[in-house]
Design a binder for this molecule. Structure first.
Ligand code: MV4
Length: 446
């Protein structure tokens, strides 16, 4: 049993973790930068340690400073949340060396899944369906051009250190291969200091459907069904939902089985997400595995009625998994509320929130660290709240989300609330007829 957990994060997820720890009787330590002194995660934690100035490099990403906070507070576990150091294998390793439990998988698993070529090889060996491609790093341009003929155009070049679209290029034909090869390599080198590139066949207009898994320390994994995250813009998710409107019992059975195989093949511990691309024929392909709790874990919580942070902490404490996979009977949708101007190219809109009223009522959940009078600092991610609605059916859930968005008052900064209101009224969205290209064609001015 952990006595005290240090939360190596900020914002809504830090507060989310504080809440579960309180319910479990575990003391909490918040860390914060000077820019975050008025955040609710600092207020509600049992202890709080200021670890540095606003810049992430000198605070939330600074491993020595975080370990010093662990030391002075005598925390026996660290929860990394999402983002920042959540998928930093070195951080997980340092925690272990210090004798504090990193609430997440081993450094080895983080490393393995962080390198996309290694991740894909591991999944191929575990018989998890993968997109056909180069089957490894491409040594040089000439080999790449030859491989593309075998794979068949259109193809995608991807950075092995990538994820989230950086260092990724779509190539339609041989005459544009060299140009894309060079720019992918340069972008990957600049972003990750690693210019390793691999190739995949391009899957046209796929859906992004991910399976939530959880594994214990004894080699057992179960799944908690899917989330559809196809509604995103420039690789930033806007809306997530569970179940996916595209899902069938048969497809869930197959994707769930594949996700469990993925987890059990490596002896995965804790909560994780196996991301798949799903084409219009319902073929699915492994894309990436996320070795952290995700922003959108809340929609899964709502449809299966489990606290995923609590389950995650229980796995870290060495509890055994019992029971079977979880299949949703309800429907949940999450809208990410960002301090951005959707009508001005999503320009960040930090500043003071002059007025704040969050929607309430049956089936409505708001996860946020902000309040009236709070100033959103300009240094971090622009997500300020998650609005999650839950109902018996998707149709009812959309109606509830419309009502809840209508009730949401946030003044002083621009937010994505008006965008979500438009999305909830969009015919294609209502029909569940969308894929990852949806936002490319979405007209904000309509
Ligand atoms: C793809 C793809 C089509 N075919 N791979 C984008 C982020 C990175 N994690 C993988 N991505 C994609 N990989 C093949 N072989 C299309 C995308 C993609 C995408 C995937 C999920 C969600 C949104 C997306 C938006 C554009 C492209």
């Amino acid at each position: 049993m952990f006595k005290k957990v240090l939360i190596a994060n900020r914002g809504e997820i830090a507060l989310r973790i504080v809440r579960t720890c309180k319910e479990m009787g575990i003391k909490t330590v918040a860390i914060y930068s000077t820019a975050d002194k008025d955040s609710l995660h600092v207020r509600f934690a049992d202890e709080a340690v200021c670890i540095g100035p606003a810049s992430s490099a000198q605070s939330y990403l600074n491993i020595p400073k975080i370990m010093a906070a662990v030391e002075i507070t005598n925390a026996d576990a660290v929860h990394p949340g999402y983002g920042f150091l959540a998928e930093n294998a070195d951080f997980a390793e340092v925690c272990t060396e210090y004798g504090v439990k990193f609430i997440g998988p081993s450094a080895e698993h983080i490393r393995k899944m962080g390198d996309k070529v290694t991740a894909k090889k591991t999944m191929n060996e575990a018989n998890v369906p993968c997109v056909p491609g180069s089957g490894g790093l491409i040594p040089d341009l000439e080999t790449g051009i030859k491989l593309a003929v075998d794979v068949g155009y259109p193809i995608m070049l991807k950075a092995t250190a990538g994820g989230g679209g950086k260092g990724m290029r779509l190539v339609w034909s041989e005459d544009e291969f060299e140009k894309n090869w060079n720019s992918a390599k340069t972008e990957a080198k600049n972003a990750f200091g690693n210019d390793g590139i691999y190739m995949e066949k391009f899957i046209e207009e796929p859906r992004h459907i991910e399976i939530q898994i959880i594994g214990d320390q004894f080699g057992k994994c179960i799944h908690m069904s899917e989330r559809d995250c196809s509604i995103q813009r420039r690789h930033q998710k806007l809306i997530e939902e569970s179940p996916s409107p595209f899902m069938t019992d048969d497809l869930r059975q197959k994707m769930g089985e594949a996700a469990i195989k993925a987890g059990e093949a490596i002896g995965y511990e804790g909560v994780g997400t196996v991301e798949f691309l799903v084409d219009k024929h319902r073929n699915f392909y492994f894309m990436e595995m996320n070795t952290r709790i995700q922003v959108e874990h809340t929609v899964t919580e709502e449809v299966i009625d489990f606290d995923l942070i609590k389950e995650q902490i229980k796995m870290a404490m060495g509890e055994r998994l019992t029971g079977d996979n979880y299949i949703p009977t309800l429907h949940a949708i999450e809208c990410r509320i960002n301090a951005e101007d959707p009508f001005n190219n999503f320009r960040p809109s930090p500043g003071k929130i002059s007025s704040f009223h969050s929607p309430k009522g049956h089936g409505v959940r708001v996860d946020t660290h902000v309040y009236a009078g709070y100033s959103i600092p300009p240094y971090y991610d622009s997500m300020i709240a998650k609005l999650i609605c839950r109902a018996q059916t998707r149709e009812e859930c959309i109606k509830k989300m419309n009502r809840a968005l209508d009730e949401f008052i946030i003044e002083g900064v621009k937010t994505t609330v008006p965008l979500h209101l438009k999305l909830m009224k969009n015919e294609q969205f209502i029909k569940g007829d969308f894929n990852t290209s949806f936002m490319n064609d979405f007209d904000l001015e309509e």
